[in-house]
Design a protein around this ligand. Structure first.
Ligand SMILES: *[C@@H]1O[C@H](CO)[C@@H](O)[C@H](O)[C@H]1NC(C)=O
Ligand SMILES: *[C@@H]1O[C@H](CO)[C@@H](O)[C@H](O)[C@H]1NC(C)=O
Ligand SMILES: *[C@@H]1O[C@H](CO)[C@@H](O)[C@H](O)[C@H]1NC(C)=O
Ligand SMILES: *[C@@H]1O[C@H](CO)[C@@H](O)[C@H](O)[C@H]1NC(C)=O
Ligand SMILES: *[C@@H]1O[C@H](CO)[C@@H](O)[C@H](O)[C@H]1NC(C)=O
Ligand SMILES: *[C@@H]1O[C@H](CO)[C@@H](O)[C@H](O)[C@H]1NC(C)=O
Length: 439
């Protein structure tokens, strides 16, 4: 009796042990399966990723591209810096110009801050004085100059630019990305991407500041969102464009998107990209920047629908559902002509003080090479649209503001600096006047 009880106990024990072993084996197997499963999205995403292998690329629409960019974003977040079959393939298909280089190569030096500007021979006359003005202002930010290939910026001009105070790097974009042509507008987002800085202020070559550009990095909305954009003039309505912008992206939409003037049909333009501030060290901003680049080159380039690169900056962020800050203080700076302020487009801070303006020191960079008389500025009224006629802003006279002494002194310095550049250029047989036909 004792013997058979012992045997049955032994059998139970063995069975239990076997059971435990089987359970452990199953668990290990399952977890390794989870780890080796290339598609770690939700079940819904799994289906979509399986479909991805069968889609003939490029996607037939921005909507479809956006759906997959969002799946890619989610999987990337789960995998951290690891990759799987889907993310590897998606990156090669969507960002082919990266040429499989590690993303970390493009994030910039940790915590670094600087100014990035695209330059070419044809903008030297406007761009060189504008860069020198940063020194007049007392900016300490390092500057990186970008150009695209040997024919874009001559060795002579590169040498000149290398002598501008705070210029630390002159970079040929054509050596950074493959199989993509980056002339004109498209160079701008790629210049941010290629920059050695983590926190970047991208400026057009004819942008001038009234306040230290480094202050932009301390703006609490920049610190919160890691991106700062500026509002464009509200010139006129464009129903075709409003229809387009309301159809290209899948929902849900952000508050900023919903409230934008282009989406609401209140204006043709949204963003003035003369100055763009971005922190590439933020993962969402970095991905958004890659998507912005995508919108500037074939096959997904949106230039047929909007004017140049400027709208790509917010639409790219909206595509990956990254919230963004758009500074709303936009207006005009110049002189009073026939009772209205006419001149260049200007931007202010939240105290409505002048921050920067676009278009250089001349009255009209396209046709009139006379120095602009910088005496007044005024801001576009909020929620009142189409107050512009050409380069003049029609607002109540009570809204005109006079430049203060400090601002007028800056203008004086900037004009002197430009005239010095002009004299040197004239001695070399070149003209510093803006050419009548620029982009
Ligand atoms: C792409 O969009 C079309 C509608 O334009 C839709 O019929 C199709 O299923 C979408 N494809 C994918 C892969 O999502
Ligand atoms: C960047 O620098 C900060 C401050 O020195 C540090 O806390 C952080 O870990 C650094 N990040 C990386 C990615 O090295
Ligand atoms: C670059 O483009 C050419 C022509 O379209 C193609 O043959 C080549 O494979 C591309 N190179 C890479 C690395 O994608
Ligand atoms: C944006 O507008 C849509 C309707 O077009 C609405 O369903 C959605 O809730 C809005 N989103 C936000 C964040 O307000
Ligand atoms: C600039 O504008 C102010 C105020 O309108 C005027 O007094 C001044 O004469 C102008 N200067 C030039 C050079 O036109
Ligand atoms: C301009 O503003 C003043 C003071 O607010 C007001 O009395 C006047 O009616 C306004 N003029 C116009 C044309 O709106």
């Amino acid at each position: 009796m004792h013997g058979s009880a012992r045997v049955s106990k032994k059998v139970t024990c063995t069975a239990l042990l076997l059971f435990i072993v089987v359970i452990i084996y199953c668990l290990i197997n399952l977890s390794s399966r989870i780890q080796t499963n290339p598609f770690t999205g939700d079940i819904d995403d799994d289906e979509k990723i399986k479909n991805y292998a069968e889609i003939s690329l490029p996607f037939n629409s921005l909507r479809n591209l956006t759906t997959y960019v969002r799946i890619y974003r989610d999987i990337r977040k789960k995998l951290k810096s690891n990759k799987n079959q889907f993310t590897t393939k998606f990156e090669q298909d969507t960002f082919p110009w990266l040429n499989d280089k590690p993303m970390l190569d493009f994030v910039g030096k940790n915590m670094s801050r600087g100014i990035v500007v695209c330059m070419s021979d044809k903008y030297m006359n406007v761009g060189l004085p504008a860069l020198l003005s940063l020194n007049d202002l007392g900016s300490q930010l390092p500057i990186e100059i970008m150009y695209y290939g040997e024919n874009d910026l001559s060795i002579k001009n590169r040498r000149k630019l290398s002598k501008v105070p705070n210029v630390v790097e002159i970079t040929d974009l054509s050596t950074k990305f493959i199989n993509v042509s980056l002339r004109s507008w498209a160079a701008k987002p790629f210049a941010i991407l290629a920059s050695i800085f983590q926190h970047v202020i991208l400026i057009d070559s004819d942008v001038y500041f009234f306040q230290l550009p480094e202050k932009l990095f301390d703006d609490h909305d920049y610190v919160k969102e890691n991106i700062m954009l500026f509002t464009d003039r509200s010139l006129e309505k464009d129903t075709a464009r409003t229809k387009w912008v309301n159809s290209i992206l899948p929902p849900p939409f952000s508050k900023s998107f919903n409230e934008s003037r282009m989406v609401r049909g209140l204006a043709r333009d949204e963003i003035e990209a003369g100055v763009v501030v971005m922190n590439k060290g933020n993962d969402d901003i970095f991905l958004g920047l890659l998507v912005i680049c995508v919108l500037n080159v074939p096959p997904y380039c949106i230039y047929p629908y909007v004017h140049g690169d400027k709208e790509t900056f917010w639409l790219g962020m909206e595509m990956i559902q990254k919230t963004f800050y758009v500074n709303p203080i936009t207006g005009v700076i110049g002189d009073v002509v026939n009772d209205i302020v006419c001149g260049q487009i200007a931007h202010g801070n939240r105290n409505k003080r002048l921050l920067w303006w676009n278009g250089g020191l001349f009255q009209d960079k396209f046709s009139r090479p006379f120095l602009l008389n910088f005496t007044y500025y005024s801001w576009e009224p909020t929620d009142q649209y189409f107050s512009w006629k050409a380069s003049c802003l029609y607002v109540n006279k009570t809204e005109y503001r006079k430049l203060d002494e400090h601002e007028r002194n800056l203008i004086r310095k900037y004009k002197e600096t430009m005239q010095n550049v002009c004299r040197k250029m004239a001695a070399e047989g070149e003209s510093c006047l803006p050419s009548l036909k620029t982009k």
